[in-house]
Design a protein around this ligand. Structure first.
Ligand code: PNS
Length: 164
């Protein structure tokens, strides 16, 4: 059984993330969508809110689970017995940092392989940051996020207008 981890900050989950989840779920026997902390980003949603949103969108897949972890991705992979990390690549701009992370993770544990999936070109412009910027100014995000999480995102920005 091949188990893969799709890690991210998912702050919030977008249609781009969902596209990767959908495609990876068809390739691997088991997919763990793992919410981790990105120390370079200040989160808008709590870990619990992100897990809740992801659970809403993965409920239709019987080989996908959602989890969260505070610590190094490579430690989490070892804990879960997963040897594959899946990452989505949107553009050349993603590449440099993803390359650095993949090589660092390999240095930490050479038994865990990072594999990249190219984004669907329909979603290559979407990022959580763009979603938050639009929602923060009261703009329409319906085309950017899964319908199951739309209300939660809008509610967050109604509670904290102007926040991105
Ligand atoms: O969605 P993001 O913000 O691009 O995801 C980045 C994430 C959360 C996968 C990355 O920051 C991460 O792996 N965080 C856990 C801490 C860790 O392992 N850092 C070392 C990576 S080289």
């Amino acid at each position: 059984m091949v188990c893969a981890i799709y890690p991210g900050s998912f702050d919030p989950v977008t249609n781009g993330h969902l596209d990767i989840i959908d495609r990876a779920s068809k390739v691997f026997d088991h997919l763990i969508v793992a919410v981790l902390e990105n120390p370079r980003k200040i989160p808008t949603f709590s870990m619990e809110e992100k897990v809740q949103m992801l659970n809403k969108i993965v409920s239709k897949y019987n080989n996908v689970e959602v989890d969260s972890y505070k610590g190094l991705l490579i430690d989490y992979a070892k804990q879960r017995g997963a040897r594959i990390i899946i990452k989505g690549l949107r553009a050349i701009s993603d590449f440099e940092f993803e390359f650095q992370m993949a090589l660092t993770n390999r240095q930490l544990n050479c038994e865990v392989e990072t594999m990249f999936m190219m984004t669907n070109n329909m979603y290559s412009f979407i990022s959580s940051g763009i979603v938050k910027e639009i929602a923060g100014y009261g703009g329409e995000i319906k085309a950017l996020v899964p319908p199951q999480v739309y209300d939660m995102i809008i509610a967050k920005f109604k509670a904290k207008p102007g926040q991105t």
